[in-house]
Design a protein around this ligand. Structure first.
Ligand code: GUN
Length: 291
């Protein structure tokens, strides 16, 4: 029987533990604060940001939301970030990616106070991650480590194939998995759009992590019997449903489930973990800044 990991369940267990940390901070007079900045009218980004804010409200983290016109000058975003850097109630700052084309996102990330960069995207924090001394682990890859742990899948010594080389998932995931640390010690291959024979790579993997943003790119024929399959994709496919679309992952779930020993669904797999680890990093940021 294939084990389908329940990401909602793993996330709510983590959030329960975080509630204890929050109580300790509250009794010291500290309320962690997270600022989200949205400069986009993309429907998916709007949804993600509002889910992050709701999660903060539910657990008792202070939410500070800034919404900018996507046509506003880049300078406006820089000023917003600087305001938040200077606000002592704000311990974490998240600028939802992607930003509009006229905004240099690297510059935006450089402007965030690295101590408040709970995404772990500031170059100082990327450097620390690569050096094996992360300040904050990027939320989605960290959440995936927790999902693997919850299913007793030890990455040590395993062949892991990551499909996708994004700064948000693929690259930090590879870095975490090669570290000589719990949740690491794997042999990692990072595949991308120029990989010549993707199926040959994924078929050789003990663990496949699909994060390419291509609907149902990985199917059962590309999975080794008994492998672990983690699906990071959230793709909206037009459909005649009430909301007008269906959500599908980067993995063709039904055929992959026939082969895999462990698999994550979409939705209800990786998604809830990204939010749980964002809360985790924000509480961590508050603990360090208020120490
Ligand atoms: N866009 C998609 N995922 C993320 C994320 O984890 N953080 C930010 N800031 N933007 C994103």
């Amino acid at each position: 029987m294939t084990h389908v990991i329940d990401g909602n369940d793993v996330a709510s267990r983590i959030e329960n533990d975080l509630e204890d940390c929050l109580e300790t901070l509250e009794s010291a007079g500290v309320t962690p604060g997270l600022a989200t900045v949205l400069m986009s009218d993309d429907a998916a980004s709007e949804t993600y940001v509002s889910m992050k804010q709701e999660a903060c409200d539910e657990i008792g983290i202070g939410g500070f939301h800034r919404e900018l016109d996507p046509n506003a000058p880049a300078e406006k975003l820089r000023e917003t970030v600087e305001d938040l850097n200077d606000d002592p109630r704000v311990h974490g700052i998240l600028v939802q990616m992607p930003t509009p084309n006229h905004v240099d996102s690297r510059r935006v990330l450089r402007n965030i106070d690295p101590r408040k960069d709970i995404d772990g995207f500031h170059p100082e924090n990327v450097g620390r991650l690569v050096a094996g001394n992360p300040r904050y682990k990027p939320c989605t890859p960290h959440g995936i480590q927790k999902l693997l742990e919850s299913a007793d899948v030890d990455s040590a010594g395993k062949d892991v194939v990551i499909v996708g080389r994004s700064d948000i998932v693929g690259k930090p995931m590879a870095n975490l998995l090669i570290q000589n640390a719990p949740g690491g010690n794997a042999t990692v291959t990072v595949c991308h759009s120029r990989t010549e024979d993707l199926a040959e790579k994924t078929r050789g993997a003990d663990i496949v992590i699909a994060a390419a943003g291509v609907a149902e790119l990985v199917d059962g024929s590309m999975i080794r019997e008994g492998a672990t399959v983690i699906d990071v994709g959230v793709n909206r496919l037009e459909a005649e449903t009430e909301r007008g679309y269906d959500l599908v992952g980067d993995v063709e779930f039904e055929s992959a489930k026939e082969k895999a020993a462990v698999i994550t669904p979409v939705p209800g797999g990786v998604g809830p973990m990204t939010i749980a680890m964002l809360l985790y990093n924000t509480i961590d940021a508050a603990s360090v800044q208020e120490d």
